[in-house]
Design a protein around this ligand. Structure first.
Ligand code: GUN
Ligand code: FE
Length: 447
């Protein structure tokens, strides 16, 4: 059944392929059946309303100064089961951190009650932070991953969910055989696809090359290929890890070659981190049209390294932002944008190379993320025909860290939101044209 049109009038900001940040005064967006049906200057309102029966038939929200609309954030790399560890256990580097904190926590998700308890909190937090699309890692446990899907569905988020694969170099309490790993992944994929929920898609998730042998990676690649699925994994995150992969796969040219020969690289592949990729490796990543999930909070918090994100962008590689909870301590994409700017600034200070601006950070948090997930034809900005996944921001709300002054332009207001915004600024969180915020706030004391 056709849903009535609703219209929002006011300030908007979004990215296009040509321009990382466009800030628009006095525009109108029309949304019907979850899709954007027009996006134009406000003086064109009557023209657009004619086919819908004019103003009397339409719900119109007019925004005030300090209020505006942006596309929903897209977190291209987040570990839902690591949410209990957010903000702790950051004293160790990656490989020791995995052994001491991460694997023991993830192993607990065999218990479905525990999984439900944590995933409920994790999904609520992520969505409350304005992440309308998340690309999640689960654990190796298929049924717990299905619980994660249930909860995402309940709250109306858009997501990719991956059952993690690990059949080597993992603790005996948290490992599978290649056969189990493949058959359980098939079971997971089929269960998710059976639900026919367009918003929640399975994603093939070999944790990283250290935890999967060639045989497993080959069978996962075949599965992804046969069913047209997305793939996510980690790559080149720390120097120790890169050296380890070199030892584990001596017949391969480099880290990218391990995934490439296994058949894991396509335009639907999300590679997290990619800090130490060589020129040759980056060329293959670009040629295969893979996306990089840049995780600046994590890369700093567990001291993995400094990713030259400007170089990736300049080379034409698709780049989105990832919070990488809990290597990164925050699930907030505002935080990811800020960390991204800081990392790029420090890199520029130390190398005298050029840093990115808030415009690129905004693009990576929205349209760039959609490109990395290969869904930029459906979400990421306000092009007509795309799903209306959006955040209505109010910088003047209780709990806001932002004050605006008479001389602040709309560009200034947007910039202040990038640097100072938090969840208290989100007054509506739309996914597919439905506001999911009331459901999130229901039964919750915190807003
Ligand atoms: N590499 C392999 N597993 C992980 C993980 O859980 N987090 C991060 N940051 N890197 C990884
Ligand atoms: Fe990660």
């Amino acid at each position: 059944m056709d849903q009535p049109l609703f219209v929002i009038r006011g300030m908007f900001a979004h990215s296009t392929i040509e321009n990382p940040l466009i800030v628009l005064a006095d525009h109108i967006i029309g949304v019907s059946n979850g899709k954007i049906v027009f996006f134009d200057q406000a003086d064109q309102l009557d023209k657009h309303l004619q086919p819908f029966g004019g103003r009397s038939k339409v719900s119109l929200t007019e925004l005030k100064r300090g209020q505006f609309v942006i596309p929903g954030f897209i977190d291209t790399h987040i570990h839902a089961p690591q949410y209990p560890n957010s903000g702790k256990g950051l004293d160790l580097g990656l490989l020791e951190w995995l052994e001491k904190y991460t694997f023991p926590t993830e192993a607990k998700f065999k218990d479905l009650e525990f999984a439900e308890h944590v995933y409920e909190k994790a999904v609520r937090r992520v969505l409350r932070n304005g992440t309308t699309t998340a690309c999640y890692y689960g654990t190796i446990h298929t049924d717990a991953c299905m619980k994660l899907c249930d909860i995402i569905d309940k709250y109306g988020q858009r997501a990719f969910v991956g059952k993690v694969n690990m059949n080597q170099n993992s603790p005996e309490y948290y490992i599978e055989t290649a056969e189990e790993s493949t058959s359980e992944t098939e079971r997971f994929v089929d269960s998710v696809l059976e639900r026919k929920n367009q918003r929640i898609q399975p994603i093939i998730t070999p944790r990283f090359a250290a935890s999967c042998d060639d045989k497993l990676m080959n069978s996962l690649a075949k599965l992804a290929h046969d069913k047209g699925l997305h793939i996510q994994t980690h790559i080149s995150e720390t120097k120790d890890e890169v050296a380890w992969i070199g030892n584990l796969f001596p017949d391969h040219d480099h880290y990218v070659d391990v995934y490439d020969k296994a058949g894991l690289l396509s335009k639907r592949t999300v590679l997290a981190h990619g800090i130490y990729l060589t020129t040759e490796e980056r060329k293959i990543v670009k040629d295969r049209e893979c996306g990089i999930s840049h995780c600046p909070n994590s890369n700093t918090s567990i001291r993995s390294g400094t990713c030259d994100v400007k170089q990736l962008l300049d080379e034409g590689i698709k780049v989105g932002l990832g919070t990488d909870c809990s290597g990164g301590y925050s699930t907030s994409m505002n935080d990811a944008m800020r960390c991204c700017l800081h990392v790029s600034n420090f890199h520029a200070i130390h190398t005298e190379k050029i840093h990115i601006s808030h415009r690129e950070a905004f693009m990576m948090a929205t349209l760039g993320g959609a490109q990395v997930l290969d869904i930029a034809d459906r979400i990421g900005n306000f092009e007509v025909g795309k799903a209306f996944d959006a955040l209505v921001i109010d910088v003047t709300k209780e709990g806001s860290q932002i004050d605006i002054f008479e001389n602040d332009t709309i560009d200034d207001i947007l910039q202040k939101f990038i640097y100072l915004g938090n969840e208290h600024n989100f007054t509506r969180i739309y996914v597919d044209g439905a506001d999911v915020l009331p459901m999130l706030l229901k039964g919750s004391q915190k807003s």
